[in-house]
Design a protein around this ligand. Structure first.
Ligand SMILES: [Zn+2]
Length: 436
């Protein structure tokens, strides 16, 4: 490992972590300024683009000669809030411990990735690398909350010149040792879509002192919620998950319950996610009942977080919900928002090949396993805006997976410094292979 490059990324990460960009409220501009100073010191021209001056996005570009594809390296500057009392080391202190771990909010999501992407482009710039197509770095605000329209969706509308052939963002690259000894790295090629709904149980209002009068909607809703929670949705294969299963050496054309069991046996992470990757998920979360304790409400409702697969429609989810709810309790059902996300990039592209080749050189014999995010990332916006082939990939080798996932959006988030070294080197290699 190139220790100088690693330590450069570590120091930049620590500088980024020390700026509190908890979202809400965000205030990402000071983080963007740290990035700007670093990149300018390495000879790059940097542009801040802001709808809200406190929430700037950042763009830099290593211009290509024009006879090859373009690539954007992405990284959001905001983080989720942190409750300092719960932490072993202060969440914005960027403590580096004796074991080589950097502690703090954003060390896994995703100031770590951003720091290594900055060092990647800086290193390529100062060593005189001439890309065939443009190499961009886009560092955007407001990923974690997304309510203010100041980050990626706004930026891409504002700046059509950010159109690029390929992009690398957060979400994949995790190195897993399977139960049978094989080593795989995940490659995130898309995400599920959100389609939240509200279900309202319909009863009849009455005085709570005589609960048998009227028809209290709350216990009716309780029954509906139990049915939603117990419902098992249909399983089906989308292309990315078919490819994931095949790349694990499992026949995707068997009964999908058998497939799920075989995939689960390979690694606990697969076991945790496979059902969500094979179908719609329905999670009742928000509750509304009576506005007064002494009133039996005629209506009581639950907000349901639903995630559908790429290609699923509102009708597909409605069919699942109606099956779950049954016909004996009257209810109303509405969608709260339109379908958001559900994008999927193709595999077998030059970026996929560049990542495979770089990994093969670094970790011979390792297998790339495509996957979908069950959540959401800004890669969805760039796929939608420009048809960009965008993958989530940041190799995670040293930090144990449970520590990494356990710290994300949680207390004691931390990353091993050697992951920054490997990730920087691999990204430099990927860029050279794709754009060189
Ligand atoms: Zn993130």
């Amino acid at each position: 490992m190139d220790l100088a490059l690693r330590d450069e990324a570590v120091e930049l990460l620590r500088d980024l972590v020390r700026v509190d960009s908890s979202n809400p409220p965000g205030r990402e501009t000071p983080v963007a300024m740290v990035v700007k100073q670093y990149l300018e010191a390495n000879g790059l021209e940097v542009e801040l683009v802001a709808r809200d001056p406190e929430r700037a996005n950042l763009i830099t570009r290593l211009p290509g000669t024009g006879d090859g594809p373009s690539l954007a390296l992405m990284g959001h500057t905001d983080v989720v809030p942190a409750d300092a009392e719960d932490w072993t080391h202060p969440p914005f202190g960027a403590h580096l411990d004796d074991g080589g771990y950097i502690w703090g909010r954003g060390t896994c999501d995703m100031k770590n990735e951003l720091a290594t992407r900055c060092v990647t482009i800086a290193h390529l710039a100062r060593t005189g690398f001439q890309p065939r197509g443009d190499l961009l770095l886009i560092s955007q605000a407001d990923e974690e909350d997304g309510m203010e329209e100041v980050g990626m969706p706004w930026l891409l509308k504002e700046r059509p010149d950010l159109k690029c052939d390929y992009a690398i963002d957060e979400g994949g690259g995790i190195r897993l040792e399977l139960a049978d000894g094989r080593v795989v790295y995940t490659l995130q090629v898309g995400e599920k879509a959100t389609l939240p709904a509200t279900i309202t149980a319909l009863g009849e209002a009455g005085h709570a002192s005589v609960p048998t009068l009227g028809r209290n909607a709350v216990p009716l809703l309780a029954t509906l919620i139990q049915r939603l929670a117990a419902h098992r949705t249909r399983k089906r294969l989308v292309p990315a998950i078919r490819e994931m299963i095949a790349s694990l050496g499992i026949d995707p054309d068997q009964d999908l319950d058998v497939v799920a069991a075989q995939v689960s046996a390979l690694h606990p992470m697969f076991e945790a996610e496979i059902d969500a990757l094979l179908g719609i998920t329905i999670a009742p979360t928000l509750l509304t009942g009576s506005s007064a304790r002494n009133v039996l409400p005629g209506r009581a409702s639950v907000g349901v977080d639903c995630r559908i697969l790429p290609g699923d429609t509102e009708a597909d989810l409605e069919r699942e919900l109606r099956e779950a709810l049954g016909t004996d309790i009257p209810y109303e059902f509405v969608y709260d928002q339109q379908i958001n996300g559900g994008t999927e990039s193709a595999l077998g592209t030059p970026l996929h090949e560049a990542i495979s080749a770089a990994l093969e050189a670094h970790d011979p014999g390792a297998i790339i396993v495509p996957s979908l995010s069950t959540g959401f990332t800004d890669a969805a916006y760039i796929r939608q805006a420009f048809g960009t082939i965008a993958y989530g990939f940041w190799p995670l080798t040293y930090t144990p997976i449970d520590l990494y996932e356990g710290g994300m959006h949680n207390k004691d988030e931390r990353i091993h410094r050697d992951d920054l070294g490997i990730a920087t080197e691999l990204q430099i290699d990927i860029v050279r292979r794709l754009l060189g």
